[in-house]
Ligand binder design. Structure first.
Ligand code: DP6
Length: 333
């Protein structure tokens, strides 16, 4: 009753921003991401009769009560689906530079969903696994797949049709995704809270909803045609619109800090000099810059020259879920 799975993080080009059902993690809009090769989570799950509660180790350390509660609630969903009542020991290692603004929740819940369902011998297909991962964190449903991935919002009230699917495998189009690490300065407003406040109070949220489907169609067309400029234009526009909803919220908030602007300006400067580079930003100050592999070194150096930049991590499109042989991990009894 044990299994180990590996899942990679992903970065949204067309954002998931807003829920129509918070309990089921059903999104207001369909969205699109790239799974990244460099950052991932490996999770082992072992269900055992000897346990009287779930036990969660994160990066080799026993997790806090709050962290364990989140994992336990997620495992309850899987226990309900499988009919198995046993508790589990979960051993999770994040290969995500913790401060780099790459949330590990996407790779974390994708790996946990895969390892736990496999450990229980559940016979489920990838779309179903994606709906399960979604209940841990929305963006996790995209990390089941590699390459270019669309999360279709679905229509059914129970959420069974709200899952991700691959639109292009990772090896079919190489791009460079540079994750720019800035010095963290302000307290984070979590994406969960930020999207809720935007949906409930921002007059600009309707503008987001009115245009996001068109952005998604343009992005899919650009991927189909391997048209990098077309993709870059729409992903940058889409990120700006997501952040505009936060400015209209009550109370208003913003994820950017001055260093974020420095990087945005550098990217604009690069474009004026003829290099095709485009930025996107999630629920934090750090920036991800997309460019073509032939420009990757030049763009990286340009970004490193910005005073407030601490580091730049280079990624490419990466794989979906994989299962690993059992290694020596934390065991229960
Ligand atoms: C801005 O998936 O972290 O990164 O579903 O509440 O856990 P929850 O939110 P999460 O939100 C991601 C928001 C985003 C955009 C995106 O990844 O699409």
């Amino acid at each position: 009753m044990e299994a180990t799975a590996k899942a990679h993080t992903n970065i949204a080009l067309i954002k998931y921003w807003g829920k129509r059902n918070e309990e089921l993690f059903l999104p207001m809009n369909s969205n699109l991401s790239i799974t990244l090769d460099q950052f991932y989570t490996i999770t082992s799950v072992q269900f055992c009769e000897c346990l009287t509660a779930d036990k969660f180790y994160l990066n080799d350390t026993l997790a806090t009560e709050d962290e364990t509660k989140k994992i336990s609630e997620f495992l309850d969903l899987i226990r309900n689906l499988s009919g198995v009542k046993k508790y589990a020991v979960v051993d999770s290692t994040n290969k995500v530079p913790t401060a780099a603004g790459f949330a590990s929740s996407a790779s974390g819940f994708a790996a946990l969903a895969a390892a736990a369902t496999k450990a229980l011998g559940m016979d489920i297909d990838e779309p179903t696994l994606s709906t399960i991962a979604r209940r841990g964190s929305g963006s996790a449903c995209r990390s089941i797949y590699g390459g270019y991935v669309e999360w279709k919002k679905g229509q059914l009230p129970d959420g069974t049709d709200s899952h991700a699917e691959q639109i292009l495998p990772e090896e079919k189009w190489d791009l460079s995704i540079l994750s720019v690490l800035l010095e963290p300065k302000q307290k984070k407003i979590l994406s969960r809270e930020g999207m809720k406040r935007s949906v409930e109070t921002s007059p600009f949220y309707q503008g987001w909803l009115d245009t996001v489907d068109e952005d998604l169609e343009v992005a899919k067309q650009a991927i189909n045609q391997r048209n990098f400029e077309m993709l870059g234009d729409v992903l940058e526009r889409n990120a700006m619109k997501m952040h505009a909803t936060t400015l209209g919220a009550n109370p208003p908030f913003m994820y950017w800090q001055s260093a974020t602007f420095d990087v945005m300006e550098k990217v604009q400067e690069l474009r004026e000099s003829g290099i095709h580079a485009y930025f996107t930003i999630d629920a934090g100050p750090n920036v991800k810059v997309l460019c073509q592999p032939k420009d990757e070194e030049y763009v990286r150096e340009a970004l490193m020259s910005v005073t407030s930049v601490q580091d730049v991590f280079t990624c490419h499109p990466g794989p979906g879920i994989s299962y690993l042989p059992q290694t020596k991990r934390k065991t229960c009894c």
